[in-house]
Design a binder for this molecule. Sequence first.
Ligand SMILES: NC(=O)c1ccc[n+]([C@@H]2O[C@H](COP(=O)([O-])OP(=O)(O)OC[C@H]3O[C@@H](n4cnc5c(N)ncnc54)[C@H](O)[C@@H]3O)[C@@H](O)[C@H]2O)c1
Length: 347
Amino acid sequence: MKLRIGIVGCGSISEFRHFPEYLQRSDVEVVSCYDSNRTRSEKMAQLFGVKVAPSMEELVQNPAIDAISDCSPNHQHSVVTTMALQHGKHVLCEKPMALTAELCRAMNATADKAGKLLMIAHNQRLAPAHVKAKAIIQSGELGRVLSFRTTFGHKGPEYWSEEKSNKTWFFSQSSSGFGVAGDIAIHKIDLLRYLLGDEFVDVQATVFVADKKNPDGSPIAVPDNLVSIVRMKGGSYGTLTASWTYYGPEDNSTVLYCEKGIMTIYQDPEFQLRVSKFGGEDVYFKIGEIQTNDKQSNSGIVDAFVEAIHRGGPAPISGVDGLRGIEVVEAIFESSKTGRRVAVGHS
Ligand SMILES: NC(=O)c1ccc[n+]([C@@H]2O[C@H](COP(=O)([O-])OP(=O)(O)OC[C@H]3O[C@@H](n4cnc5c(N)ncnc54)[C@H](O)[C@@H]3O)[C@@H](O)[C@H]2O)c1
């Protein structure tokens, strides 16, 4: 029997990733979708041949749906995902998981109680060069990762969000919560945890508004830039930066400085991974591009979700992974506010 899916939120991420990635699979049927803006749900229904649910409640209560994708704006994740779990649905929830660590913990408790799978869409883990880099680290051939730098920046969500204007919810404190930190820095936070197999200990960070403006010309209320020094439990330090004001090409790169060599990831558009082993030759891998806002490809997140459900779990990127990311983001804001290095709280 096919896995029956409902999609909540019919903006850009569902249009460019969730719908197409589900519809590529023969073992899945997308039953219906819901968006608080009816024009959007009708557009997706027409584009992808699915029904429009009259309300979010109707969609998450529908017994003909097994699992949902929560593609609503950040502040709605805790509402939509919680309600779906309570009605016995597995959930693929977009990142950032929620606006506070406390809400993340409550969502995890709900998933546990319901016995349903909760997965967070930290898709950077699935990008081929990241998977390969992780395998190389695990093989031990480059030794320990001593330090690193990682960055994610582009020209801003107002060019991506379905609204295509500075009115976007991404610029609103109440809807976005963390600005660039929850939007794209969180991808790199999760990536570092995945690549290094390690947890964050503390952060020294500054978040600031460099350029983005509301429609009335005032600076936006959430940061459009983040610069930080981070320390991992295993002892390595690195920099993590994120920006909505890289007005040239996107930068989605990571460099790992290891004991026996250097790995450069998604820096060269032609060779997504370069491994420079000291005393040896550089090896260049051409193993698949990462998605950019202007160029989409299958992120693998939907496949990973569907396959985890078929296997009976667990989710490969769990609610605890989502929570860990939010804990780092909370420490980043605390550090920026106080000017101090701040410990990352684990619970
Ligand atoms: N994994 C990734 O790489 C990635 C990339 C982009 C966005 N996202 C995440 O996906 C989520 C959606 O972002 P987007 O880019 O599609 O934004 P978007 O602005 O393009 O679309 C958001 C949609 O949600 C709808 N909406 C608002 N409130 C709603 C509600 N209460 N219930 C249902 N729908 C509602 C809006 O009408 C809009 O159609 C965000 O959490 C964002 O962080 C993830």
